[in-house]
Design a protein. Structure first.
Length: 165
């Protein structure tokens, strides 16, 4: 996959034919088992090429350049995704869908092939305890001087295993 991010629920998408560039949010409706970058498995469902139809939050990108109304203005966009391209073919999820990548494109019946693209893949970095343990303490202290990382590594003393008489 060469450093391409997987697209998840909450990703923002845009259409190249939107008059005033507006974004919409992708909703994953075809599966509920597979998550990415979500330690609690609650928010970031993986999007697949099976997420077609009205799978956006608002299902519009504003006014559409492909639909002039004759008086110098444009009709409102009605975003419907017919199919996806440039998905990752080597992984198939339980819904028989292929994983969408940040360079995947969607086809709309009005805008044509590949008119909808991913603006942001939707993943967010979540710092875990292991990330903190792997961090260089000197670099961490320069970034955040109020936290002494060395305290996180100290093992508290216990009296476990000591026999008192």
């Amino acid at each position: 996959m060469s450093e391409k991010h997987i697209v998840v629920q909450g990703a923002t998408v845009k259409c190249k034919f939107s008059v005033e560039p507006k974004l919409d949010i992708l909703k994953v409706k075809t599966q509920s088992k597979h998550y990415a970058n979500d330690k609690d498995a609650a928010d970031k469902l993986i999007a697949t090429d099976k997420d077609i139809g009205q799978t956006l939050e608002k299902n519009t990108f504003g006014k559409c350049k492909m639909q002039p109304n004759g008086s110098g203005d444009y009709l409102p966009c009605q975003a419907v995704i017919n199919k996806w391209s440039n998905f990752y073919e080597k992984v198939t999820l339980s819904n028989d869908g292929k994983v969408l990548l940040e360079d995947s494109k969607a086809t709309c019946p009005i805008g044509g092939p590949d008119c909808i693209s991913i603006d942001n893949h939707g993943q967010k970095a979540e710092v875990s305890e292991q990330n903190v343990k792997n961090a260089n303490p000197q670099v961490n202290n320069q970034i955040n001087p109020l936290v002494d990382v060395k305290e996180l590594y100290e093992i508290p003393f216990t009296d476990e295993g000591i026999i008192y008489s």
